[in-house]
Design a protein around this ligand. Structure first.
Ligand SMILES: NC(=O)c1ccc[n+]([C@@H]2O[C@H](COP(=O)([O-])OP(=O)(O)OC[C@H]3O[C@@H](n4cnc5c(N)ncnc54)[C@H](OP(=O)(O)O)[C@@H]3O)[C@@H](O)[C@H]2O)c1
Length: 144
């Protein structure tokens, strides 16, 4: 059966801070492009800085004026997740949208060093983000 293209019109996201994991490739890269085009203040936590820098350049070239910043994050390491959460919290700005996209599809079964599967890395709670998430929750509860 033929499928219709799925498209979603994004609202103006100027002034909205969006954290997107896995924005350096695949579906995340497409989301990053759409979010940057919509004017979001885009935060891309990446495990490969060089790849992230190349993506940021590409996003800024395609979307002049795009606000893109990078952070280091390896979701297979809880220390890295905590460190990212701490760094983000220290910036003091609210996170309006957190998109936990990073992960890999059906990887070979090989537990990482914490015993969780790499596929599930995407649902690992960034514990250090709790204060940021609390603030985002408070914002959601308030009309714009
Ligand atoms: N594609 C599908 O058909 C499909 C279907 C259902 C669900 N999904 C899920 O949708 C998400 C995106 O899929 P995709 O196909 O777009 O994946 P992809 O092309 O493999 O991209 C995965 C992204 O996640 C990042 N990433 C992977 N492991 C990471 C880690 N340990 N720490 C930080 N970043 C990490 C990658 O970073 P690098 O650039 O450094 O590699 C990349 O940016 C995944 O969670 C996947 O399980 C995909």
């Amino acid at each position: 059966m033929a499928r219709d293209d799925i498209d979603i019109t994004l609202p103006d996201l100027a002034g909205r801070r969006v954290v997107l994991t896995g924005g350096s490739d695949g579906m995340g890269l497409i989301m990053a492009d759409r979010l940057a085009a919509a004017g979001a203040d885009l935060v891309l936590p990446v495990r490969n800085r060089a790849k992230g820098e190349a993506v940021a350049v590409r996003l800024r070239t395609k979307n002049p004026g795009a606000r893109v910043s990078l952070h280091d994050l390896d979701l297979s390491s809880l220390a890295s997740v905590r460190s990212f959460g701490t760094a983000l919290t220290a910036e003091g700005a609210p996170v309006h949208l957190l998109i936990n996209n990073a992960g890999v599809m059906t990887p070979p079964v090989r537990p990482h060093r914490l015993g969780r599967s790499r596929q599930r890395a995407r649902v690992q709670r960034p514990t250090g983000l709790q204060p940021v998430e609390d603030r985002a929750g408070a914002l959601r509860a308030r009309p714009r």
